[in-house]
Design a protein around this ligand. Structure first.
Ligand code: HEC
Length: 174
């Protein structure tokens, strides 16, 4: 009687144990297949994520070697150090000033610069009045979008030339 009882208990025990082991494998494979379909696809194989990781792993500094193009890390560096000379005829040619001093940031709207000829972006700025735009372009300022360097970083420009460039940009954004 007692040994019959033991056997019964043992059988039940093995069945429960077997079910638990089977369940463990089931959960393991289920998790794996869900992971393949989600995590792997959305994270591990995501080119955007790979790019972000590469950016985080990239060196903090880059060395510019003479004779080779310097790596551009700051939009201010896009402004040529020795800008093409503006002849007397171009003295108040707003478009020429824009091409030589403002284009680098404003053409594509780099670092928060209001994009050239983008009516919507310029409208609220133009609404503040031309004088405010002149003053900010000449003296530079820190706005909500970024930093506008004084005269676009070109101290050699006259106030008049900067005003002409602003006029050119404002006209294009009407
Ligand atoms: C290094 C990049 C850079 C260069 C070069 C640059 N700008 Fe800007 N500019 C900016 C940024 C950024 C802003 C927006 C700042 C903000 O509002 O947050 C701006 C804003 C402006 C504004 C709007 C000012 C306002 O009150 O809303 C004017 C006008 C302007 N720039 C004119 C010029 C002119 C003219 C030149 C060339 C002489 C020039 N910028 C060159 C980055 C630049």
């Amino acid at each position: 009687m007692s040994s019959e009882h033991d056997r019964q208990f043992f059988d039940t025990f093995m069945i429960v144990l077997g079910a638990l082991v089977a369940f463990t494998f089931f959960v393991y494979f289920l998790a794996n297949s869900i992971g393949d379909r989600t995590q792997v696809r959305y994270n591990d194989e995501n080119p955007l994520r790979a790019q972000l990781v590469a950016e985080r792993l990239s060196p903090v500094a880059q060395v510019a070697v003479e004779g080779e193009a310097a790596p551009v890390t700051n939009p201010v560096d896009l402004v040529p150090e020795e800008p093409p000379a503006l002849g007397p005829a171009a003295a108040v040619d707003g478009e020429a000033v824009y091409q030589s001093a403002c284009f680098a940031c404003h053409m594509a709207g780099i670092a928060g610069a209001p994009k050239f000829a983008d009516v919507e972006v310029w409208a609220p700025r133009i609404a503040r009045g031309l004088d405010a735009l002149y003053a900010n372009a000449i003296n530079g300022y820190q706005g909500e979008q970024g930093v506008m360097p004084a005269k676009g970083g070109r101290a050699d420009l006259s106030d008049e030339q900067v005003r002409a460039a602003v006029d050119h940009m404002v006209e294009a954004a009407q």
